[in-house]
Design a protein around this ligand. Structure first.
Ligand SMILES: [Zn+2]
Length: 429
């Protein structure tokens, strides 16, 4: 097994420092040291670099145990802004964050049904961000970067959408049209990696180093965190658990294959199961995905037996799918996220927890915990803001390890890395 280089260790330490600051809000060096398990000297060096770049600033002083005042630090919201774009199959949402990752404002537009081109998508993003930034003139010239999440399989290294089945996109170049539309450096990824990054920074990642972030929505996937780092694979497609086979020769999946996990536990999986239990059920005609889930859960709560059975059976499928992940990866924890968790109640959670012991080997099932996070639908935006922040830090020579799969560029050459001029603290006021 390859040992880590000193650069990798340093990038890992930088991530731990950043997460301590961002999770706590205001923090002393001693608290960072305790959170991150790093020596005071390392913390002083890493905090010093982030202060010099203007990402962190001194927040004030607090009394320490010996009575001597000690300095506190926080992320500097005045350093600049980040755009986080969530391109879903039915809408585009653009969030504006400051560098402390506080959400400042949002714009949203519905996408017409059909297959849009990247030019159409980029134009809609341009319009949304123009309207958003028109309300924040104080940020003119101070947007440090953007993170754009697109559906399907995305390769951030090559800047292309490898495969978006619903839109029929194959190897579509994304980076240039998006950077032209947003006029700042763009980091692309998909919703699965965005949600997993958010969970790594602000959710289960704070307590566990080996965990899986299962995303349940229209699409289904699993962000796999190994040793505190998101597993991407050479083509950024690690975690496509939704397209692993749950039932051989089973239901048709939108990826073109059959029997995939997604065809059983995604929204269309719920619908197919309901149809199998009760052909002709009223809800089968509700095409809008969120309406369907909301009405299914209302019916279940009102005692509709078919809805209740569909929910329990989906819990069984989900337990089987999660059981495969647990057997394969032996994680400490599984976080179940995604917008579906907002609608499904305790019945689904209890069913999965009840069944998981039967669905996996006794060893890993005894040590794994399973948590359901009621995602508010804004997780993708937060994750993309984090990725945009990390991409910015990488451009200025301060990479962190949580998501990066690139070799960092040397700090000396960083100011104009990729042809972008990096605004420095104070230089844009
Ligand atoms: Zn599939």
């Amino acid at each position: 097994m390859a040992t880590k280089t000193s650069k990798e260790i340093r990038n890992g330490s930088r991530f731990m420092v950043l997460r301590s600051v961002y999770v706590r809000g205001t923090v002393t060096r001693a608290q960072i040291s305790a959170d991150a398990g790093l020596s005071p000297a390392t913390v002083t060096t890493l905090v010093g670099e982030l202060v010099a770049e203007g990402v962190l600033r001194e927040a004030g002083q607090v009394s320490s145990q010996g009575g001597r005042p000690t300095v506190t630090f926080q992320a500097d919201p005045d350093r600049g802004a980040l755009l986080a774009v969530d391109v879903a199959e039915t809408y585009i949402r653009v969030d504006l964050f400051d560098v402390s990752l506080a959400r400042l404002d949002v714009e949203r537009v519905e996408l017409a049904t059909g297959t849009p081109s990247i030019a159409t998508v980029a134009e809609q993003i341009r319009e949304c961000s123009r309207r958003l930034l028109a309300r924040h003139r104080e940020l003119d010239g101070r947007v440090l970067g953007a993170g754009v999440s697109l559906p399907g399989q995305v390769d951030p290294e090559r800047g292309v959408d490898v495969f978006a089945p619903n839109w029929g996109w194959h190897d579509v170049p994304l980076l240039q049209p998006l950077e032209q539309a947003l006029t700042v450096p763009v980091r692309i990824d998909n919703p699965l990696m965005a949600l997993a990054t958010g969970e790594l920074w602000f959710g289960a990642g704070r307590r566990f180093r080996q965990f899986v972030a299962v995303n349940l929505g229209t699409g289904v996937g699993a962000g796999i965190i190994v040793d505190g780092q998101l597993l991407r694979g050479p083509g950024n497609s690690a975690g496509e658990w939704g397209h692993t086979t749950l039932v051989w020769d089973g239901r048709a999946c939108r990826c073109g294959r059959t029997g995939c996990v997604e065809a059983y536990v995604g929204v269309e999986g719920f619908r197919t199961t309901l149809g199998e239990i009760s052909p002709g059920h009223d809800l089968l005609d509700v095409t809008h995905h969120r309406d369907f889930m909301e009405r299914l859960m209302r019916a279940e709560a009102a005692g509709d037996e078919a809805a209740q059975s569909a929910l329990l059976r989906t819990g069984d499928y989900l337990a089987a799918g999660i059981g495969n992940l647990v057997n394969l990866l032996n994680p400490e924890h599984v976080s179940v996220l995604g917008w579906i968790t907002r609608y499904t109640g305790a019945e689904l959670h209890d069913r999965v927890r009840e069944r998981i012991a039967q669905e996996c080997l006794p060893g890993p099932s005894r040590t794994v915990s399973i948590g359901f996070t009621e995602a508010d639908g804004e997780g993708v935006g937060l994750g993309m803001a984090v990725l945009a922040l990390e991409a910015f830090l990488e451009r200025v020579g301060l990479p962190s390890s949580s998501s990066s799969q690139t070799t960092p560029s040397p700090r000396e050459a960083a100011d104009t890395a990729d042809g972008w001029v990096i605004p420095r603290p104070g230089a844009t006021d």
